[in-house]
Design a protein around this ligand. Sequence first.
Ligand SMILES: [Zn+2]
Length: 290
Amino acid sequence: MECRICGNKDSQVVYKGRIRDGAFGNYTNHDVEMHQCQKCGAIYHECSRDKEFYESSEYREKMGQKTDDYAVLHDKEVLDKLNYTGTDIFRDKTVADVGCGGGSFLDFVSGAASQVVGIEPTQAFREKLSEKGYHMYTYVGDALKDYEGKVDVVTSFDVIEHVENPRIFMEECFQLCSKGGRVIVGTPTEHPIMRMALGEEYDSFLFSTQHLWVLNKESLELSAKLAGFRNIEVKYKQRYGLGNLVSWLKNKKPMGNVSYPYISESVNKNWMLNSEECGLADYIVVYAEK
Ligand SMILES: [Zn+2]
């Protein structure tokens, strides 16, 4: 099987079994092989998703996200995203968010930006955000006809792992960027600490039909490089605290950032920093320039 990022044909099966299909507790009824490219390290499977699936509200509902209460669920994630991007790059700039969902991140950026472009396959979201004056498109390819070479900052969080080909996704972001424009793309890693602590129990949650890819630092960096970007840097970011690991060990299921009386804020913060410094964090963000 050929890796769509680097073209290498040498892959190794790192997991074979049922994988998550939607929210936790739903699994495929057949075994799926997860392949790891022996050159760039990307992990992938070959179950594809038709585009209509992402364009309907069915996908969001399957993930336990109702389109109606999007802001309630996602406004709190904006702080993390602004921590990844910083706040000093948006003022008077044209900003595009790829996979913007219900627009929580764009809502916070739009006050500083001169122009806001949203790219989102879910039709219900596009309609709502168009009413706010955002320039909405279904896919990056659709936005190119109006915005090729015109976007100063392209952001995209939790999207690249869903696409057929991360290299082509980065190429489209490159086309969207103005000269000197920046791209900031974040994606979950294989979360090596959880895999080490929980083994296959975690693997059947980590690997899912909706995520066609689990990228690592090398494969994300390479996707940006092959797309033509320069000054590329990948940073590790830890999203889940120590309480998440403890609750997984105790309850064998995801419960989010659970607090325990014996884990202080300082211990938790240091554990998260430690995960980032060791290159074992649950999230990576690539920063690059055109
Ligand atoms: Zn590869």
